[in-house]
Design a protein around this ligand. Structure first.
Ligand code: NAG
Ligand code: NAG
Ligand code: CA
Ligand code: CA
Length: 211
């Protein structure tokens, strides 16, 4: 994060970012196949999305379908943090819950020169993706407010622990005090930058920049 922020600052202050370079960024071709009439919120960087997806190679062969492969369940991922291929991060913004899109993703935003598993090198991929649910990501302002039980704009260790307990419950895991204690220690080691024993809203949300 520090490295990133440093680079970021450097880029903006020099007005030129070397990494931005001369090459135009590859684009995702987006086609909206279905958009629900009611849309309470749209997906944005940092949100957690639950999606069903089917992926196709250039010759039309389906290489994956969440509806028929594995446990046949839709999958959760966080938008915009490279948890998935870049093409998804770019192509799944501003979506409503229930919306369905077709994305055509060039290799540079998918598996590139190497390919992966069934996906040959330099493949342009087509995905049909349906968003089943959208939730506040761990870095959202909403999440912070939800975690800050006493509204003092900082997270205590107890508040973070309580949050972990609830998250475990929500995902169907039994709470585990030892594990939560350890996680809280890890979290504070990384997030409590000024070591005052609290995660301030600034310490919490600043990492948005990483997205
Ligand atoms: C489509 O391409 C993949 C990967 O190159 C190959 O394995 C598969 O046999 C091809 N399918 C057809 C129908 O040509
Ligand atoms: C709780 O977490 C600790 C530390 O990760 C682990 O060793 C232990 O087996 C867990 N207990 C239960 C009941 O899952
Ligand atoms: Ca608090
Ligand atoms: Ca702090």
């Amino acid at each position: 994060t520090v490295q990133f922020l440093w680079n970021h600052w450097l880029c903006s202050s020099l007005f030129v970012c070397v990494r931005g370079g001369a090459l135009p960024e590859a684009e995702v071709d987006i086609e909206v196949l279905h958009r629900p009439f009611l849309c309470h919120r749209k997906s944005k960087y940092g949100d957690i999305l639950l999606v069903h997806h089917e992926g196709y190679l250039e010759n039309g062969t389906m290489f994956h379908s969440s509806r028929t492969h594995g446990d046949k369940q839709p999958v959760w991922f966080t938008l915009g943090i490279r948890e998935v291929i870049k093409g998804w991060d770019k192509g799944l913004q501003d979506m409503c819950s229930g919306e369905k899109r077709k994305l055509i993703i060039p290799p540079a935003l998918a598996y590139g020169k190497e390919g992966k598993g069934k996906i040959p090198p330099e493949s342009t991929l087509t995905f049909i993706i349906e968003v089943v649910e959208i939730r506040n990501g761990p870095r959202s302002h909403e999440s912070f407010q939800e975690m800050d039980l006493n509204d003092d704009w900082r997270l205590s260790k107890d508040e973070v622990k309580e949050y972990l307990r609830k998250e475990f419950e929500r995902h169907g895991y039994p709470p585990n005090d030892t594990l939560h204690e350890n996680m809280v220690k890890d979290i504070f080691a990384k997030e409590d930058e000024n070591k005052d024993g609290f995660i301030s809203s600034r310490e919490f949300t600043y990492k948005h920049d990483e997205l």
